[in-house]
Design a protein around this ligand. Structure first.
Ligand SMILES: [Zn+2]
Length: 324
């Protein structure tokens, strides 16, 4: 798992990022990365994705540092998972900022429909924010000095978008493409079709031929062919064995929860898993009763401890520091 809280840009040439007026803030696992654009003419300084709410203060400080104190005038979100828009509200509280989100999420945000926005499903907090502008696939948005294409990127999240700058061939991928791993295909967990759209989004990335990808998590990278190949392999494997995808998701969401609460009792974690709606759906689909669900949840916690991802002291479980 990525574990940095710095402004590093990995191997992607800093000259290119400079041309785009862009600084990449590579964050730890709980917060997604930020792409921070300097203001240019009438275009306000902009941040793409704002991290998880518990890190909001740190996110704002990192953005301020990247902009040298210049005020942020605009928020853009690739999608509305809690680790990508959890800093929106804190930025909006400063005032004088506009917020752009994927067009298909506009209604859910207007109504603050926490079910549609997945916060209830995953039991992840996200402070309420407002959004005035829609990112419409097929249109463009000016960020820094360049015009970026907006592309639909369904799969991990059916409403997600990616942003592509054709001159430098830079792609802000959100969670549609990571360097090594594959993000959870959320629709599949609730019985909707996600693998096909995820595959189509990978094909779209291939057609765009990016030279550099800024992923939602992990360092920016240039070996796009390798990333596409490993993502495709994972999608195909999960498609053959959807239950393995559900297991993978259960582990990833449990680690996320434990990173958020830092430490919890073993039984407390099992209870949390039994009650979180996303697990209830997974358990129901696997045909398990209450006892079976408890055994299933306990098995996951135990396996993560055995694998060294989690560490247990007495009854208390936390995330192994190097796994963060
Ligand atoms: Zn996501």
């Amino acid at each position: 798992m990525p574990g940095r809280e710095s402004g590093a840009s990995g191997q992607v040439a800093s000259a290119m990022l400079d041309t785009l007026g862009l600084t990449v803030l590579e964050r730890g696992w709980l917060s997604a990365n930020q792409a921070v654009f300097r203001a240019h003419g009438a275009t306000p300084a902009t941040v793409v994705d704002t991290g998880f709410c518990r890190h909001a203060e740190q996110t704002l400080a990192l953005i301020d540092q990247a902009l040298g104190g210049e005020p942020v005038g605009r928020i853009v979100n690739t999608h509305l998972h809690s680790d990508h828009c959890g800093g929106n509200e804190a930025l909006q509280r400063r005032g004088d900022i506009e917020t752009w989100i994927p067009a298909s999420s506009m209604l859910a945000v207007k109504r603050w429909d926490e079910a549609a926005l997945t916060y209830r499903l995953t039991d992840q907090p996200c402070p309420r924010f407002v959004a005035e502008h829609a990112l419409v696939p097929g249109e463009c948005i000016v960020l820094g000095e360049a015009s970026w294409q907006i592309h639909a990127a369904p799969g991990h999240d059916m409403d997600a978008v990616m942003l592509f700058e054709p001159q430098t061939r830079t792609l802000i991928a959100g969670d549609a493409l990571w360097e090594q791993r594959l993000a959870i295909i959320f629709p599949e967990l609730v019985g909707e079709y996600g693998f096909g759209p995820a595959r189509a989004t990978l094909s779209l990335v291939e057609r765009l031929q990016p030279r550099a990808v800024l992923p939602g998590h992990g360092r920016p990278f240039g070996d796009v062919a390798q990333a596409l190949a490993s993502s495709r392999e994972r999608v195909a494997a999960f498609e053959r064995h959807p239950e393995r995808h559900a297991q993978h998701a259960a582990r990833a969401l449990l680690v996320f929860h434990l990173l958020e609460v830092r430490q919890a009792g073993f039984d407390e974690l099992v209870d949390w898993m039994r009650l979180a709606p996303i697990y209830r759906i997974v358990v129901q689909r696997a045909g398990l009763d209450e006892t079976g669900a408890r055994v299933w949840a306990g098995g996951h916690v135990r396996r993560l401890v055995d694998d060294g991802v989690l560490v247990q002291h007495g009854d208390q479980v936390s995330v192994q520091p190097q796994a963060q």
